[in-house]
Design a protein around this ligand. Structure first.
Ligand SMILES: [Zn+2]
Length: 159
């Protein structure tokens, strides 16, 4: 499908971020900044609020129980098997087109197999639908919020 003018215009607003997010590390940094800035850090296992660096870049390790949480955990990119810069673009394209971009078009733009695009677009579209009321107004800022909010970054304590 062709993107309409409005979608294209919004996509242009996202262009800058496309340049910034050219590598995994930059994506992780953005993600970690977003999700922990929003909720503050608190260990998923014991709710302790002090941490040190974990075993991978931008992960955090609880200094009380040792539980390590990655920057991707609880975001739209949790369990994502494609590279983060590509995944960011995929989510952005789905967001600005309100999920109307086809897996064929995604595949063509991102150089990722169509099956893979289909799998992730279905997942992201489900999340977008469940958050529809919060995303009536499409903006870059709202998109950033979407990245870290869908899976309830901070869950209630589960034992
Ligand atoms: Zn802990």
């Amino acid at each position: 499908m062709k993107m309409n003018d409005t979608s294209l215009q919004i996509a242009n607003e996202f262009d800058e971020i496309g340049k910034i997010l050219s590598d995994d590390s930059a994506c992780m940094e953005l993600l970690a900044g977003l999700k922990w800035a929003q909720t503050g850090y608190s260990c998923r296992r014991c709710e302790y609020t002090l941490y040190c660096g974990g075993n991978s870049p931008y992960s955090r390790r609880c200094t009380k129980c040792g539980y390590i949480e990655s920057a991707q955990r609880g975001t739209v990119f949790e369990n994502c098997k494609i590279s983060l810069p590509v995944a960011f673009q995929l989510v952005m394209l789905l967001y600005v087109t309100k999920g109307k971009i086809s897996s064929y078009e995604l595949s063509r733009r991102l150089n990722v197999r169509q099956n893979t695009c289909l799998f992730y677009s279905q997942k992201i579209n489900r999340l977008l639908k469940s958050k529809r009321s919060a995303h009536q107004i499409m903006s870059y800022q709202n998109w950033l919020t979407f990245l870290v909010s869908p899976n309830n970054v901070k869950r209630q304590k589960k034992v």
